[in-house]
Design a protein around this ligand. Structure first.
Ligand SMILES: NC(=O)C1=CN([C@@H]2O[C@H](COP(=O)(O)OP(=O)(O)OC[C@H]3O[C@@H](n4cnc5c(N)ncnc54)[C@H](OP(=O)(O)O)[C@@H]3O)[C@@H](O)[C@H]2O)C=CC1
Ligand SMILES: O=C(O)C1=N[C@H](C(=O)O)C[C@H](O)C1
Length: 268
């Protein structure tokens, strides 16, 4: 018996998933047991371009079949919102702890996962952003919002992103609204002459989503008051920026029997 954390990764060919494969493969106390890919049933990960050096890792298209055939501890999911939700629920049913980076979950998805964690007495971490700098940006924004009631969020991502606003922007808005008195931003009588010009409305605070090739993941939180503005900004320039957070989440989830939404709740 070794003490390695036995891991399954869903979405291994993706921008994030391929980095996670690298992380697990190079971390002494982690072991990659299998991957979930909706393509390539019956093949080995080493058959795929970019993974020739990774031995003995089977590809499953069906998570349930994978969980029945392997004795795993943690599922790392980096896929799409619908798939991620199904994977997280399935993993918990099989007593495997989910670490989910996939964004786009609704409040009712999160509530359902929380209920399932209680029922199974198991840990689960949903992290809209694994980058430590992004977590600090959200925490600093929450502090600033105690002093500045006027705030708008601008998130900027690559143009292959499926969800808008980003999970980070939603989490930032949630953290701010926990301390900010609800207020409709802008002039009370303002009118959009072009629909969407003022962005999405989250308890009166506006979220603007920019999508451009060349970007990775960036966010500015802008505060304003009489004669001054404060801008809190974070930039991820590559997906490596998220991996130390993934590592911490996998280590932590092994010691948890509760549901955690946001890395800020587990960082020491
Ligand atoms: N929490 C965080 O810090 C971060 C979170 N993210 C989030 O992570 C998710 C993935 O992002 P990213 O890597 O950029 O996206 P990609 O599109 O690059 O990767 C997603 C991968 O999931 C695969 N996939 C789709 N359906 C399934 C399925 N049923 N089973 C297994 N694999 C499947 C896709 O395969 P195919 O292309 O063949 O369909 C693709 O390889 C997004 O929700 C994103 O918002 C991203 C960055 C950081
Ligand atoms: O899709 C991405 O790229 C990212 N998604 C996450 C989000 O929606 O906040 C995290 C990061 O911003 C990159």
């Amino acid at each position: 018996m070794d003490n390695k954390v036995k891991i399954i990764i869903a979405g291994p060919r993706g921008r994030m998933g391929s980095e996670a494969v690298k992380l697990v493969n190079t971390t002494e106390h982690f072991e990659l047991l299998a991957v979930i890919d909706h393509k390539h049933e019956g093949q080995m990960l080493s058959d795929l371009e970019g993974f020739h050096h990774i031995n003995n890792v089977p590809i499953y298209t069906d998570l349930e079949k994978c969980l029945q055939s392997t004795n795993s501890d943690v599922l790392i999911d980096l896929t799409t919102p619908e798939v991620g939700m199904y994977h997280a629920k399935t993993a918990l049913h099989y007593h495997v702890r989910p670490v989910v980076g996939t964004t786009g979950f609704t409040p009712s998805d999160l509530a359902e996962l929380e209920r399932l964690c209680q029922e199974k007495n198991l840990g689960c971490i949903i992290a809209p952003n694994f980058a430590i700098g992004a977590v600090l940006m959200m925490k600093f924004s929450q502090i600033a919002a105690q002093y500045f009631n006027d705030v708008e969020i601008i998130e900027m991502h690559h143009d292959q992103k499926l969800d808008a606003p980003s999970g980070t922007a939603v989490k930032t808005a949630e953290m701010i609204s926990a301390v900010r008195e609800s207020k409709k931003q802008g002039h009370p009588n303002e009118k959009e002459t072009l629909a969407g010009a003022r962005g999405a409305d989250y308890t009166g605070m506006h979220i603007h989503s920019v999508r451009l090739p060349g970007l990775v993941a960036h966010q500015q939180v802008l505060f304003g008051s009489e004669g001054q503005t404060l801008t809190i900004r974070h930039d991820s320039y590559n997906r490596g920026s998220f991996m130390s957070g993934v590592k911490v989440a996998v280590e932590k989830v092994m010691k948890l029997n509760t549901f955690v939404y946001g890395l800020e709740n587990i960082l020491e």
